[in-house]
Design a protein around this ligand. Structure first.
Ligand code: ADP
Ligand code: ZN
Ligand code: ZN
Length: 753
């Protein structure tokens, strides 16, 4: 850096953040050279305006004579916005997820930083040199205003805000300037921190608690992580343990270890607003006990708060960030540890470009940084378990809950009998009603979960539990109301929807999902004296209402909480002794090869909400298909048994993780045109992908029409994902896309709809 060659000092290659995917070259003027590094955020002239850009290379071979290069206008921050490792990560994401590099870089740098938002600086004044008696007398005579200012500041123990003191003393800025110029006063730039946590964290305050003595399994896990750290270099640990087995405690120890070594850490959670206790615990331990600032990264930070948090990390003042998906890009220096809690959560997948998977990016970032990555879950994903089996990940298991409390008792209610019994309500079973009564009498609390999808897109017989499935793809067929057909949205197979169940001839073969509101009404009717409150996407939208509800529930003002599975995560209420899952089938019979896995995870997670205090919990699961593997294995808390069968099935159908899946969606308001384009596209790419990928489709999306747009999809199953994505991305650029049809690629999609 800073090599002086003739009149210029350094050439840099930059990526402009202006919506074009290109590398440009500039000269760095001498005064900026020392500060510019790979990853620096700079302002550069492009045509006749200035734009922000990230430095991607120092001293490249310029693309035109050096004399013609323009100068970098400004270095925005005195430290790099992206580390070289983040820049490599951006390139990998762009290539792997078929996204333009500038979009990826933009996703990595918060808007406030990209805007080059100014730091909030406060000017402060302090006495720099004491005046002698003579000098003071002269000053009193010649410039009484200055003397007044000096006299005031001399009495202060700390520097004082300039604006404040000038206003208070009614002294003009010129007096201050004169004193500064003569070296009597000193002007100090003080950065104001806008620290943003608190809000949106359910009102949970950090508390410093003495770390508990680890149990043997925890110790083994911490030692194993420590050993990887000591060895140096990249390693991934899968930390498996049911809720309450002490995983968070292991993370905290690993972080404390790593801090001692001087490194930084990224701690990802699926959704910060839903894990207030974890954040409070982390801050209590690290801030209050170790004096390390924790940057909390969540969606409702203000721009200023985001900027300050980001700057604290980029400048190295703070070394730890906890946050959702996008915190994986936080500019943590010297990254040594990456934690991904609830690694199986689909929420880690971003559903707009760049469509990256936060967990997978976390693993890759750790790899680039040579850091240790810890993936934690009670129900690890099939992908991660498979990586353990192949020897790619280390496996640390916490087999029991901390206090050795038994797992809750799980009751499976066969709703087919309930329907036959034709009771007053078909929403809640007798057993669930009885238990709700019982808890209410005992003044204990209950939670009822309803699946997030308020509808079912498959056919399910309410008499015998028959579900229509595609024989080729092992996923449920999708029921299309418009033309009364069943379609496989993977391979495109179509058949007429039956009017009666093919298995038992019952006409009760249509399924309708339940809304949270409907369940709330039912419960209120059954238990008129109980306080029942519903929490769903509507309430989630209103930040304060969500907090209020959680607060009221915690303090016992609410008896029964009705909500979607979004509240199944992280929340910990010791007085909850009953959990009901009202409609287990809806997640099980969605047309997705991960449907079983999701259902199993949901059941285990929901069960983990019951009985965290000193009372044992009970779980009631209502289903029309009680014999399903996901339900039976969850009832026994048999993760290994479940995963064994699931991995076999995936291998048999060569679903992920045995191959990668790429989802290609075509949209437009003219259905025929969209389908035609999808077919033309397929004709074009199929020969190019021969041997690399298997194509299925085009087929209609499970929800064929969204906001007046028709959607068709193609699937690529591939063992060579980078090659396949490379071919697709190139063809995407070259294909003569007609007007009125848009399309998107999604690599490793987490949901097949
Ligand atoms: P998980 O993250 O697996 O749900 P936690 O780490 O949150 O588990 O632990 C559950 C509870 O047990 C927490 O209240 C935690 O403070 C406590 N705990 C964790 N480890 C220990 C230990 N070794 N001894 C006593 N209490 C512990
Ligand atoms: Zn039937
Ligand atoms: Zn099929």
């Amino acid at each position: 850096m800073g090599v002086i060659r003739g009149r210029y000092t350094m050439i840099v290659a930059v990526h402009p953040l202006a919506g074009f995917d290109k590398v440009l070259h500039y000269r760095a003027p001498e005064k900026l050279c020392a500060g510019i590094a790979v990853g620096s955020l700079v302002r550069v002239p492009v045509v006749n305006r200035f734009t922000l850009a990230v430095v991607s290379q120092l001293d490249p071979t310029p693309d035109c004579p050096v004399e013609k290069l323009k100068n970098v206008a400004e270095l925005v921050y005195p430290f790099p916005a992206l580390t070289p490792e983040l820049l490599s990560l951006a390139r990998w994401i762009a290539a792997y997820y078929a996204a333009p590099l500038d979009t990826v870089i933009e996703a990595m740098i918060p808007v406030s930083v990209r805007k080059g938002l100014a730091l909030k600086i406060e000017k402060r004044l302090a006495v720099a040199r004491e005046l002698s008696v003579d000098e003071l007398e002269t000053l009193n005579r010649r410039a009484p205003q200055q003397a007044k200012l000096y006299a005031f500041l001399k009495l202060q123990l700390h520097p004082v805000a300039k604006s404040l003191v000038l206003e208070r003393l009614k002294v003009g800025p010129s007096s201050a300037a004169a004193l500064v110029q003569h070296g009597v006063l000193r002007e100090i730039d003080h950065r104001i921190e806008r620290v943003g946590y608190g809000d949106d964290l359910g009102g949970v305050e950090p508390v410093a608690v003495i770390p508990p003595e680890l149990n043997l399994a925890q110790k083994a896990a911490v030692d194993s992580i420590r050993a990887s750290g000591a060895k140096g270099g990249f390693a991934v640990h899968l930390l498996q343990g049911v809720t309450g087995s002490g995983k968070t405690e292991v993370y905290l120890h690993a972080i404390a270890d790593m801090l001692q070594g001087g490194g930084g850490a990224v701690y990802l959670v699926p959704e910060v607003a839903l894990t207030p206790q974890t954040v409070a615990r982390l801050r209590g331990r690290l801030e209050q006990q170790l004096g390390q600032r924790v940057v909390v990264w969540h969606s409702s930070l203000s721009e200023g708060e985001r900027l300050d948090g980001w700057l604290a990390l980029a400048s190295g003042e703070a070394r730890i960030v906890v946050g959702a998906r996008s915190a994986v890009f936080a500019p943590v220096r010297d990254l040594r540890l990456v934690i991904v809690d609830e690694e199986h959560e689909p929420a880690y997948k971003q559903d707009e470009t760049p469509r990256y998977h936060g967990r997978d990016v976390a693993v890759y970032r750790a790899k680039l940084a040579g850091a240790v990555c810890v993936l934690g879950s009670a129900t690890p994903s099939v992908e991660s378990v498979n990586n353990v089996r192949r020897g790619r990940y280390l496996h640390d298991v916490l087999p029991t809950r901390i206090d050795d409390r038994k797992m809750p008792l799980v009751h499976i209610v066969d709703m087919r009998h309930e329907i036959v019994a034709k009771r007053a309500t078909s929403v809640l079973s007798r057993l669930l009603i009885d238990k709700l009564h019982d808890r209410f009498e005992k003044r204990e609390q209950s939670i009822l979960f309803i699946n997030r999808r308020g509808y079912s897109s498959s056919l399910l017989c309410q008499e015998c539990g028959y579900v229509a499935e595609c024989p080729h793809c092992s996923v449920s067929l999708t029921y299309h109301r418009a033309d009364e057909t069943l379609k496989c949205h993977l391979c495109g197979a179509v058949k007429p929807a039956p009017l009666v169940c093919p298995q038992c001839r019952s006409p009760k073969i249509r399924m309708r999902g339940l809304g949270t509101q409907k369940v709330e009404e039912h419960v209120a009717r059954i238990l008129p004296r109980a306080k029942v409150v519903r929490i769903d996407t509507d309430t989630m939208g209103k930040k304060n209402r969500f907090r209020e509800i959680l607060g009221e529930f915690r303090t016992g003002k609410i008896d029964i909480l009705v909500g979607t599975q979004m509240i199944a995560k992280g929340l910990d209420f010791p007085n909850v002794t009953l959990v009901g899952l009202v409609d287990a089938d809806i997640s099980m019979h969605v047309p997705d090869f991960r449907a079983n896995e999701r259902t199993f995870q949901l059941l285990v997670q929901v069960a983990g909400r019951a009985g965290r205090g000193d009372r044992a919990g009970e779980v009631v699961v209502q289903t029309f298909t009680p014999q399903a593997d996901a339900i039976q294995f969850a009832k026994q808390s048999d993760f290994d048994g479940f995963i064994e069968g699931e991995i076999k099935l995936r291998e048999q159908f060569r679903y992920p993780p045995f191959r990668h899946l790429v989802h290609h969606v075509f949209r437009g308001d003219n259905a025929e045109k969209v389908l035609w384009v999808a077919e033309q596209w397929k004709k074009r790419v199929e020969p190019l992908l021969a041997g690399a990928a298997e194509l299925r489709g085009p087929s209609p999306s499970p929800i064929e029409r969204v906001q007046n747009e028709y959607r068709f999809q193609l699937w690529y199953f591939t063992g060579a994902v980078v090659k396949t994505v490379g071919v697709l991305a190139k063809e995407q650029r070259d294909f003569p896309w007609p007007e009125g049809v848009s399309q998107t690629l999604d690599v490793d999609p987490m949901s097949l709809s």
